[in-house]
Design a protein around this ligand. Structure first.
Ligand SMILES: [Zn+2]
Length: 388
């Protein structure tokens, strides 16, 4: 996920979110000293207490009011017949970080996501075993990013087939293996330099948010025994129906977030596990070299045409209905609208990526880090307009 050479230079980072977490300025040294393993993720986390279920979902007969298992960092709730959602709450821990879930039919089960740690994947398996003893047909990483795949070794150790996009294994190796055993100063140096060289307060805060995120990723990659998907799914052969016994799911692939994105649809019940193609009331993470803003917006347009009663389990944020799709489309419209004005006014991209202003209605949407979300969205839009 992290291309140190290019992302570190061109992506740039934020503002108000960092201020809220670290009200006083801090030196790099004190930051690194005080940061325990995964500690930086609490920076994001404190900003993102999980919103409660929307009122309309609280009254949705598919959605159980009480989780079957709740460990704080994540809870598992029934959302349909044989369908469960695992929803992470970053304000209470980072064992899982992303959302996931599982499907359990009469003959087999499918687990969704490897999460950030093996303990996170084990937690979800425990929840499955509370409701069903059917054999597990597979576990699916919806894409290769660390927060969805660093717990994969749990599946390897338990003989569970690990499914993912055909290029996911390669991209896990390319992006995370180089961080393992790497010199921390060398790996984070370019990010620290951007903080030091920042030309404005906004730029400095953006750069600092990127350094925080990258520090967390570095720590997680170094704490992880990588587990690679052994059951590659060729996107050319999708959609793929999956019969679990009285429960049929369909695995599909769409462009947008990472170049490896898969969703799991359960058409009979209008339930969709979207992976990170949907950030629910979060700013979308767009930094991936294979992320495409126009492709992603097209994907969301298609998803908006799914049944109006569709229930979505997003990659991050709370379970939602079609209003969640409408909302992330509005966020993209807003970023594109502000970027286009700057593009037409001749604002250079280096400046434009820092100038975006979070509008009032999205001010509570977490920003993972500026240079992983808004910055690269603007850079990629500029490149699309320039025909690059
Ligand atoms: Zn992702």
């Amino acid at each position: 996920m992290i291309d140190l050479s290019s992302n570190g230079r061109e992506a740039a980072g934020t503002e108000s979110n960092l201020q809220a977490v670290h009200p006083r300025p801090f030196s790099r040294r004190s930051f690194l000293v005080k940061t325990s393993c995964f500690g930086t993720f609490y920076a994001v986390a404190k900003l993102t207490p999980l919103p409660t279920l929307a009122a309309e979902l609280a009254s949705d007969s598919r959605v159980s009011q009480t989780p079957i298992l709740d460990k704080g960092f994540a809870s598992v709730r029934k959302i349909g017949n044989g369908l469960y959602a695992t929803i992470s709450d970053l304000s209470k821990g980072n064992t899982t970080i992303c959302n996931g879930g599982f499907l359990a039919g009469k003959d087999g089960a499918l687990l969704i996501e490897g999460f950030t740690t093996a303990a996170g994947a084990a937690f979800q398996m425990d929840a499955l075993r509370m409701v069903s003893q059917v054999p597990v047909k597979g576990a699916l990483d919806t894409h290769y990013h660390f927060d969805h795949s660093m717990g994969n070794s749990f599946y390897g150790a338990n003989g569970v087939q690990l499914w993912a996009h055909a290029t996911a294994a390669k991209r896990i190796v390319e992006n995370y293996a180089p961080l393992q055993g790497a010199d921390k100063e060398a790996a984070l140096g370019p990010f620290e330099k951007r903080v030091k060289d920042a030309k404005s307060d906004a730029e400095r805060q953006h750069a600092q948010s990127d350094l925080n995120a990258m520090t967390g990723i570095f720590q997680i990659a170094n704490a992880t025994v990588l587990g690679l998907p052994n059951h590659p799914l060729d996107p050319a052969k999708l959609p793929m129906p999956l019969d679990l016994g009285g429960l049929t799911a369909v695995i599909e692939s769409y462009p947008g977030h990472s170049g490896t994105d898969m969703i799991v649809r359960v058409p009979d019940q209008n339930v969709v596990y979207t992976g990170d193609l949907l950030f629910s009331s979060w700013y979308p993470v767009c930094f991936d070299e294979k992320a495409t803003i126009s492709g992603w917006r097209d994907t969301l347009k298609k998803v908006a045409a799914f049944d109006k009663d569709t229930l979505f389990v997003p990659g991050h944020g709370q379970i939602c209905g079609q209003e969640g799709i409408a909302s992330i489309r509005e966020v993209f419209d807003d970023i594109a609208g502000q970027a286009e004005k700057m593009y037409k006014a001749g604002v250079p991209v280096e400046e434009a990526q820092h100038r975006y202003v979070v509008p009032e209605k999205f001010k509570n949407f977490p920003i993972f880090a500026w240079g992983f979300t808004i910055g690269p969205a603007i850079t990629k839009l500029y490149a699309e307009w320039q025909g690059k």
